[in-house]
Design a protein around this ligand. Structure first.
Ligand SMILES: O=C(O)c1cc(=O)[nH]c(=O)n1[C@@H]1O[C@H](COP(=O)(O)O)[C@@H](O)[C@H]1O
Length: 239
């Protein structure tokens, strides 16, 4: 497992419909104080060039395409992501052990190897939602099972909600990254997220990296909103 700097802790989820507002926000950001995530919306609209542009500006870029397919396809997609120079890429843990191991082994052959993490249970899902798709038990039970599988598959970490971080941490050790969306400042709307915590509570509960989108990107003043979150966690080590 690659030892990774947990600072800066905030990963801004750039979920915009066009490049302009994203570039406007980024123009005021320092790669030393925040990381960026490009997800399905911006990647589908703007493609690899946009990702390479952010990498070229010195940002750690998390390419969040949540690959979930047969092992060969996922491994090849992860290698394509690595070629863009991204810092981190993700897959769905429910794609299984073979898929995760094959992807990791493929990345290990490359000169630039991004961190590879796996999504456990989406933070937008509650107990009823997961029951409907056939997952037994509470979200936390499923997060724990999938986090163990991801750890055994040799990946660098998981995506989970901050609510589960404290239970997952002892099972995976201190270097395994717990990357948590579902982060909401106390005053922010929950939107479609179901398993949420505030930024400081998330870190105190064992989260390493906080993925935060709309509380920043949909704010009247995104820069101010980010600054406030940074202030909230400033007392936390590496915050
Ligand atoms: O892998 C992710 O980043 C992810 C996993 C998950 O379980 N939940 C989740 O919200 N995300 C992503 O994290 C971001 C959260 O955005 P906000 O809800 O706007 O803060 C979005 O870009 C989601 O695609």
């Amino acid at each position: 497992m690659t030892a990774v700097s947990k600072s800066p802790r905030i990963i801004v989820a750039l979920d915009y419909a066009s490049a302009a507002p994203a570039l406007d926000l980024i123009s005021g950001l320092d790669p030393k104080t925040c990381r960026l995530k490009v997800g399905k919306e911006m990647f589908t609209r703007l493609g690899p060039t946009f990702v390479e542009k952010l990498v070229g500006q010195g940002f750690d870029v998390f390419l969040d395409l949540k690959f979930h397919d047969i092992p060969n396809t996922v491994a090849a997609a992860c290698a394509a992501a690595a070629d863009l120079g991204v810092w981190m890429v993700n897959v769905h843990a429910s794609g299984g052990r073979k898929m995760m191991v094959t992807a990791r082994e493929r990345l290990e052959t490359l000169s630039h190897r991004p961190l590879l993490i796996a999504v456990t249970v989406l933070t937008s899902l509650g107990e009823k939602d997961i029951a409907e798709v056939g997952f037994l038990g509470a979200p936390a039970d499923n997060v724990i099972r999938l986090a163990r599988l991801t750890h055994e598959s040799g990946l660098d970490g998981v995506v989970c909600s901050p609510l589960e971080a404290a239970e997952v941490r002892p099972l995976v050790g201190k270097d395994f990254l717990l990357v948590t969306p579902g982060v909401r400042p106390a005053s922010a709307a929950q939107d479609d997220q179901k398993r949420v915590m505030t930024p400081l509570d998330a870190l105190n509960n064992g989260a390493d990296l906080l993925v935060i989108g709309r509380p920043i990107t949909a704010a009247d003043d995104p820069q101010l909103s980010l600054n406030r979150i940074q202030q909230e966690i400033a007392g936390f080590p590496g915050g």
